[in-house]
Design a protein around this ligand. Structure first.
Ligand SMILES: C[S@@+](CC[C@H](N)C(=O)[O-])C[C@H]1O[C@@H](n2cnc3c(N)ncnc32)[C@H](O)[C@@H]1O
Length: 468
């Protein structure tokens, strides 16, 4: 009997330039012959488990539960779901398991305020919304109007838009906080001019004034991909998103990093724009588009450099909007070092309050470690999924202090808690100390070799002497 490998049609040869590119990135070319064998994944809308037998009957295949990822099922790769009634009626989503893992890595809990900085077309946004349930808030940002329109359609189809707001904006500049902070607390409206300037319930039919303003903004921007203004355009908002009843000036109130540390998002997803080389199906399309196009879109060093620049800016800005103690996940569907580990290394160098964290759930995931410990790589060979890179960060509240030419950083985690960890970093070493402090409220940093921490009731004063 012929084995299953010999039944597959031989994969077309990959061009030399692409093979060199794979070698440079430590990638096995065999992953690009897997496109027709890796399963297609389906995510079930929570509460639709009872429909599994009906969905199986309609799709004509078994839904195999993905043991390591709740709510996900594998079906044979040739199964088409878009025309099925189960899909049209919003019982199932088409979503790769690796993408589901990136969302799960974020550790969303009910009540969280979540930012998805590159949100369209919205598969991850929908999963985030399902995880949030009926509390917290969700803010999706994308630079592409067309893609965001598809995203809005998804939210409406799956009835997930209630706590969500969508903005057309450049994620490298977006600076609006979730609607819970004193900075944009709703104020009492007194006169008629104010009433006219208040967001009512969302409708697709916008006022003439609104449409005119949007056209003016679009014309001033030129092309969407060269959006240079920090002014976001509100594209959609749900009834419970916090927008209804707010004045325009209150919604578009930008925040600085210090405000974001206290009032920012609990969770930020930066699923950055990339060369998509981890998607085997995407690379296979170049057989038809021509390998020359691949050289331009994927292998071109100039394009990679400009993408890396955007990726670093997206990550940096997303991190700036994160609350201290919050979690950020950076992911790309590229498997190159340049768009993943190199971006992260640069980011960590420039952001001392960022710490790379292990994804605890990943112990049971079929993925491997990236070049930097705690980062994860999914690929068709290891995971039977599309390729994806995932890194998780947390944010400390940081006081930077220079001592004798050494940059010493005091990372104060969760200033409201009774336990604090101080990490003192210098190029040679790192110490970590934990104190348990009664109601620590006020911090003072003196210049020199002494740091003074003082509690609100003056009962506890700690002098930290640095002896380097
Ligand atoms: C990998 S896709 C995101 C996929 C999405 N997270 C999902 O799960 O469906 C990257 C997205 O980033 C958007 N994008 C590119 N540059 C951007 C920028 N500067 N700011 C915001 N979005 C950007 C693209 O329009 C694209 O929709």
């Amino acid at each position: 009997m012929a084995d299953s490998a010999s039944e597959q049609p031989p994969a077309p040869p990959l061009p030399r330039a692409f093979l060199d590119f794979l070698e440079e990135n430590g990638l096995d070319p065999s992953i690009y012959s897997k496109g027709d064998t890796i399963p297609r994944y389906i995510r079930l809308k929570p509460g639709c488990e009872i429909w599994v037998p009906g969905i199986e009957a309609e799709l004509g295949c078994e839904l195999k539960r993905v043991d390591w990822l709740p709510g996900f099922y594998a079906v044979p790769p040739q199964i088409k779901i878009a025309s099925s009634e189960s899909y049209k009626s919003g019982k199932i989503y088409g979503m790769d398991a690796a993408s589901g893992a990136a969302v799960l890595a974020l550790g969303v809990s009910e009540g969280d305020h979540v930012l998805d900085l590159c949100t369209a077309p919205g598969a991850k946004l929908c999963m985030l919304s399902d995880l949030l349930g009926s509390s917290g808030s969700l803010t999706g940002v994308d630079i592409s109007r067309d893609r965001l329109a598809a995203c809005r359609t998804m939210l409406q189809k799956y009835e997930l838009g209630d706590r969500c707001r969508l903005f057309i904006a450049d994620g490298t500049l977006f600076s609006l906080l979730p609607l819970r902070s004193p900075v944009n607390e709703k104020s009492y409206v007194t006169n008629e001019a104010d009433v006219a300037n208040i967001f009512g319930e969302w409708t697709s039919k916008r006022s003439y004034k609104d449409r005119k303003a949007a056209v003016k903004l679009r014309n001033s921007i030129g092309s969407q991909l060269s959006l240079t203004t920090s002014e976001p355009e509100l594209f959609f908002y749900g009834k419970s998103s916090g927008v209804v009843g707010l004045r325009r000036s209150e919604l578009f109130c930008a925040a600085n990093n210090a405000e974001a540390s206290s009032f920012g998002y609990d969770r930020v997803l930066v699923d950055a724009e990339c060369t998509h080389d981890g998607s085997v199906k995407h690379i296979q399309k170049f057989e038809y588009w021509g390998w020359k196009t691949l050289e331009h879109r994927v292998l071109d060093a100039k394009r990679t450099n400009s993408l890396m620049h955007v990726q670093l800016q997206l990550l940096t800005n997303g991190f700036g909007l994160l609350k201290a103690g919050g979690t950020l996940v950076y992911s790309t569907c590229s498997l190159t070092f340049a768009q993943n580990e190199d971006v992260i290394e640069q980011f960590l160098m420039e952001n001392p309050s960022a710490e790379l964290q292990a994804v605890d759930a990943s112990k049971n995931w079929p993925c491997r470690s990236g070049k930097i410990p705690n980062t994860l790589r999914f690929d068709p060979n290891t995971s039977e999924t599309s390729g994806l890179f995932v890194a998780k960060f947390t944010k400390y509240l940081t006081l930077v202090h220079t001592l004798g030419g050494l940059n010493v950083i005091y990372n104060v985690f969760d200033p409201g808690a009774s336990a604090m960890t101080f990490l003192i970093r210098n190029p040679q070493s790192m110490w970590s100390m934990t104190w348990f402090l009664p109601r620590m409220k006020k911090r003072q940093v003196t210049v020199g070799h002494e740091v003074l921490f003082q509690s609100a009731d003056n009962q506890c004063i700690i002098h930290l002497w640095i002896g380097i």
